[in-house]
Write a protein that binds this ligand. Structure first.
Ligand code: HDD
Length: 693
């Protein structure tokens, strides 16, 4: 990174205070002699109010929490940079999208929506995908989600929708879950939610990693070029590692075993130098094509099928630095869909228009006043000069007599900037009409794209969607709500509604399903990139393991950028066949199968007996099998797989189940390791699901 690229980092560095052999002081800089005892009358006596050090320390502590975000309260951030592959000057004059020599610093925050700040990472939910670009022309925020559509069409319904999905008012239950009556009541009464619900019932709502999910700006935005010509644009983020999901049963277990699963994954990837990469894609539409679709491009419950409007890949975001301090950076970052730069503008999407109000408004409570843009993580790298003054926590000291425009006393400083010199000018869209509380008829079709989503899924994804509906509605107490949901989704696909109905004791509704808009293969996760890179393997072994095998395995895994934990019966170093000691990272007590992508059992008689002596070992392998993961065993390791019921397939024809690899003594070598790594790259062996049905 050259000096120019480092501007944001340098700005943040100016605020970093590292304790390095420094004296402990009060906030007034007074050195503190004793931080262990409060000031008392004698060692057992009452504490004295005079103890200013005690009072200051306690007062600060008492006020260390700020209100959590009203939505997206739980999140995790990282720093990175954006590089542009080719100039987009044809469409936009935004400098960071036209100058390929720039490396634009940025900050990303991924989040869940419904849960509180301390809730688990792996709940079924939409993930927020918010990016703040610190451009030379000011901050540009792309505040998106990992799904390309939204629940509602008009922002005025956002409070209602959020009230319905959040825990119910009488008892604040359930935490971070949509599986309850008010949410599904809302869905059944507001059918514009149908398309988004299909996404939320799919694996997209259970990401394996923040690094393995797509991002979408959702709304139709506008690009404006130097000549003032506009184009409609939709934004996409495409992860280099592909798009992959967890299994529902697994997500629930991870929620207990490691509620920080997704944030830990991101933190570790960046610490290890496996920098997550996402390519920026754009879909472009000419203004004259605004009405050439069977949906309204201003309707946020609709996507533009990639097969009809291709996604052009134009640049790349790399996340390469973890935060120094979660609170100062991730908690205090304030995104706003209205933070925009010349060359990018809004459309009349009624959801977007309402968001333009909400994001600044919410920070006033959350960050305590109007000066939150001065917090280091929010400061632009572009200079800030205006006549705003005062307010809670004002940091800037503005000298001078004037704080108004126009003025003569300071020569009209700061001065307005003409559009041709970089001053922001709103797109001069012609609008006319009557003031009216209504929605366009072109927003009325709530089902064709929901149907397209369903029909674009693989059979495995369809079966997961059905199971998700059955789980969620199975938690709904009101039978009337359950039935209404079945009635609504029978308008998406009859087969879908029938299958849901069977699972929840409702009556299937017949003959009203919408025709799918089209089929869009891009919607299926099965069509995405597959790689073993950055996956995590549990290598189970016991005393007498073959040192040469394990060393060669670890070397092959490292070469494929796969990480491995040695899992043994306890944390005592384990002796191999040549006497080499290996130190386990986890024991059967501390490790959980759900935290790994694959399992390798290194088999030698004594070692396998040792593992089998703890009943947890078979459970570990069985769970990996049930979650469709790659499992390999060498030599005697097959006995552990047998104990876990992982070696016989459902057909009973003697063939190994899909994704289970076995090697006798003589087969252990480079090609076995290669097959193992190729199997890990498949992510999961979903066909096992169909095999077992
Ligand atoms: Fe929102 C936060 C994404 C509709 C009102 N929203 C928030 C965040 C993301 C999104 C990623 C978290 C930002 C962070 O990490 O700090 N929101 C979306 C998307 C939407 C959307 C993709 C639809 C396309 N949001 C939406 C509407 C409204 C809001 C319609 C209200 C009119 N959103 C908010 C908010 C939040 C927020 C209340 C809470 C915390 C914050 O803004 O900073 O203003």
């Amino acid at each position: 990174m050259n000096e120019k690229d480092n501007v944001k980092q340098k700005q943040l560095d100016a605020y970093r205070v590292k304790d390095n052999g420094e004296a402990l002081t009060t906030n007034q800089g007074l050195r503190v002699e004793d931080d262990e005892h409060s000031l008392k009358v004698g060692p057992r006596g009452p504490t004295i109010m005079e103890d200013f050090h005690f009072r200051e320390k306690m007062t600060h502590f008492d006020h260390e929490r700020i209100p959590e975000r009203v939505v997206h309260a739980r999140g995790f951030g990282a720093h990175g940079e954006f590089e542009l592959y080719e100039s987009l000057a044809k469409y936009t004059k935004a400098k960071f999208l036209t100058d390929t020599s720039l490396r634009t610093p940025l900050f990303v925050r991924f989040s869940t929506v419904a849960g509180s700040r301390g809730s688990s990472d792996t709940v079924r939910d939409v993930r927020g995908f918010a990016v703040k670009f610190y451009t030379e022309e000011g901050n540009y925020d792309l505040v998106g989600n990992n799904m390309p559509v939204f629940f509602i069409q008009d922002a005025v319904k956002f409070p209602d929708f959020i009230h319905a999905v959040k825990p119910e008012p009488p008892n604040e239950i359930p935490q971070a879950s949509s599986a309850h009556d008010t949410f599904w009541d809302f869905v059944s009464m507001n059918t514009e939610t149908a398309h988004m619900i299909m996404w939320v019932m799919s694996g997209r709502a259970l990401p394996r990693s923040f690094r393995m999910m797509e991002g979408f700006g959702v709304h139709t935005f506008r690009f404006v070029n130097e000549e003032g010509k506009g184009h409609f644009v939709k934004f996409h983020w495409k992860p280099k590692l592909g798009v992959h999901s967890l299994v529902w049963d697994e997500t629930q277990k991870i929620a207990g075993k490691d509620p920080d699963f997704n944030r830990r994954d991101l933190w570790h990837a960046i610490e290890h130098g496996d920098y997550p990469e996402f390519e920026l894609g754009i879909q472009i539409l000419k203004e004259e094509d605004e009405f050439s679709f069977d949906f309204d491009i201003l309707d946020s419950t609709k996507l533009w099928p990639e097969e009809i409007v291709p996604v052009q890949i134009v640049g790349k975001m790399t996340l390469n630095r973890n935060t120094d301090n979660f609170f100062a950076e991730t908690e205090q970052v304030a995104f706003h869909v209205g933070n925009i730069v010349p060359g990018i503008d809004f459309t009349n999407d009624p959801l977007l228009q309402g968001r333009l109000f909400s994001y600044t408004d919410t920070q006033l409570t959350r960050l305590g006043g109007p000066n939150f843009a001065e917090i280091p993580i929010n400061r632009p790298i572009a200079p800030v000069h205006n006549n705003q003054r005062d307010g809670m926590h004002r940091m800037t000291i503005n000298p001078g007599q004037t704080s108004y425009h126009k003025n003569s006393l300071a020569n009209n400083d700061p001065a307005q900037v003409p559009a041709n010199k970089g001053g922001y000018r709103h797109y001069e869209e012609k609008v006319e009409g009557r003031k009216i509380k209504a929605r366009s008829n072109s927003f009325d079709d709530h089902f064709s794209q929901a149907s397209m989503f369903w029909h674009s899924m693989s059979p495995i994804e369809q079966s997961q969607i059905v199971d998700a509906f059955r789980f969620e509605l199975g938690k709904v107490m009101s039978k009337q709500v359950r039935q209404r949901v079945v009635d609504v989704f029978s308008q998406v696909a009859e087969g879908l509604a029938e299958q849901i109905a069977v699972g929840i004791g409702a009556t299937p509704t017949k003959g009203v399903a919408a025709a799918p808009a089209a089929i869009s293969p891009a919607l299926s996760m099965m069509t995405k990139t597959k790689t073993a890179a950055t996956r995590k393997v549990a290598v189970m072994l016991g005393t007498g393991y073959r040192t040469a095998e394990v060393q060669a395995l670890l070397k092959a895994l490292t070469a494929a950028k796969v990480t491995a934990d040695i899992v043994a019966i306890n944390l005592v170093p384990v002796r191999g066949d040549d006497g080499t000691l290996i130190e386990p990272q986890q024991s059967l007590l501390t490790a959980a199968s759900v935290l790994y992508d694959a399992v390798y059992v290194s088999g030698e008689a004594q070692g396998v007996d040792e593992l089998l002596s703890d009943i947890a070992s078979a459970g570990f392998v069985r769970e990996a099998f049930q979650h469709y993961k790659t499992i390999a065993a060498t030599g005697d390791g097959v006995r552990l797989l047998a104990a876990a019921d992982a070696v016989h397939d459902a057909r009973g024809d003697g063939a190994h189940p899909i994704g289970v690899l076995l090697a006798g003594q003589e087969d252990i070598g480079a090609s076995f390791f290669t097959s193992f790594i190729e199997a890990i790259a498949q992510h999961r062996h979903w066909d096992r699901l169909l095999q077992n049905r």
